[in-house]
Design a protein around this ligand. Structure first.
Ligand SMILES: N[C@@H](Cc1ccc(O)cc1)C(=O)O
Length: 331
């Protein structure tokens, strides 16, 4: 696989392809980041962008993980002390998950976001950005509640981070796209260059395949789940014997969430996937890539129950090191 294909294999969107191709031609010394609001423990949403960071490290990029403590504070995620403590624990979980400690720089937002230069740039950007624009950028991140002034400061700071962390590329879920678009537009207004971005998809709700998986509603999988919990959650997942489920009666798009987890969480991290089956059911099946597994589900060769059992076992293998680290830290 060439560098561009490796770093975009799980992308939903690249802004812009041309700019990213230019970076991929020479990734040496290039810096990419994902920012996370410290809150709770790592879940599949965090791990999806972490998988992309691991691919980017394999391609030669230097990776910055922003522990966005000030952003979490602005977004009402707790007292500043609580957020700091959560950030420390998050960092340990990312390392346990497989980010290379040599190639990963963890930065606390508060280490530079309270400096005079940064704040003056923030205020300059606040003068050139309309309220409407900043609010729209936050719609996906902020959730349903009434917008506060903090919610319009937030995306401007996220835009400035891209300059202050000296990045060549920003990565985030598709929910970050409007902030990245604002950054591309506003950075030049305060004298900085805009940068390209890669967005990962937002995975579907596990039990229905409709809408998005989220920790606030519905089932999500986190670093706290043990093997039994994983099995239970995956077993209760929606998994029709096809990769293209029919839309709902209301015409809403429906996904196969079990296949999505194979595609975005398992295959990126394992060379091959083995579905163990007793000989009388045809014996083990081995897959080198996502498509061949999905085809077997479509054709009936792979039964949904076997797909689920296998998925739970692989997820457990991915989560176990972070889960153990969490337990150590809590002791
Ligand atoms: N907006 C991100 C967090 C973040 C904050 C600051 C950044 O510079 C980048 C990302 C989230 O929704 O979790």
């Amino acid at each position: 696989m060439d560098t561009y294909d490796l770093i975009t294999r799980n992308a939903e969107e690249v802004v812009t392809e041309e700019e990213l191709r230019a970076l991929a031609d020479d990734p040496e010394g290039k810096r990419v980041y994902v920012g996370y609001e410290p809150s709770g423990v790592l879940h599949l949403g965090h791990l999806l962008t972490a998988n992309m960071l691991i691919d980017l490290q394999d391609a030669g990029f230097d990776v910055v993980v922003l522990l966005a403590d000030v952003h979490a504070y602005l977004n009402d995620k707790g007292t500043f002390d609580e957020i700091e403590a959560t950030a420390e624990v998050m960092r340990e979980q990312f390392l346990a998950y497989g980010l290379d400690p040599e190639q990963t720089e963890f930065v606390f937002g508060s280490s530079y976001q309270l400096d005079e230069d940064y704040l003056l740039d923030l205020h300059e950007m606040a003068r050139s950005t309309t309220l409407n624009r900043a609010q729209r950028a936050m719609a996906e991140i902020q959730g349903g509640e009434t917008a506060k002034v903090s919610h319009v400061v937030y995306p401007l700071m996220q835009a400035l981070d891209i300059e202050y962390l000296d990045l060549d590329l920003a990565v985030g879920g598709l929910d970050q796209r409007k902030v990245h678009m604002l950054a591309r537009e506003e950075l030049p207004n305060v004298g900085y260059e805009s940068r390209p971005a890669i967005h990962t998809p937002i995975l579907a709700d596990l039990t229905t395949g409709v809408g998005k998986m989220s920790s606030s509603s519905g089932v999500t999988i986190s670093m706290e789940d043990d093997a039994d919990a994983l099995e239970e959650k995956v077993n209760s997942a929606y998994c029709p014997p096809t990769r293209d489920p029919e839309p709902t009666d209301d015409g809403e798009e429906r996904k196969n969430p079990v296949l999505e987890l194979f595609q975005y969480h398992v295959f990126p991290r394992f060379e091959s996937v083995v579905v163990e089956r007793p000989d009388e059911y045809g014996g083990d099946l081995t897959y080198e890539d996502y498509d061949s597994l999905a085809e077997d589900l479509d054709s009936g060769e792979l039964h949904p129950a076997d797909a689920k059992g296998t998925l739970a076992a692989y997820l457990d293998e991915l989560i176990a090191p972070g889960r153990e680290r969490l337990e150590e830290l809590r002791d």
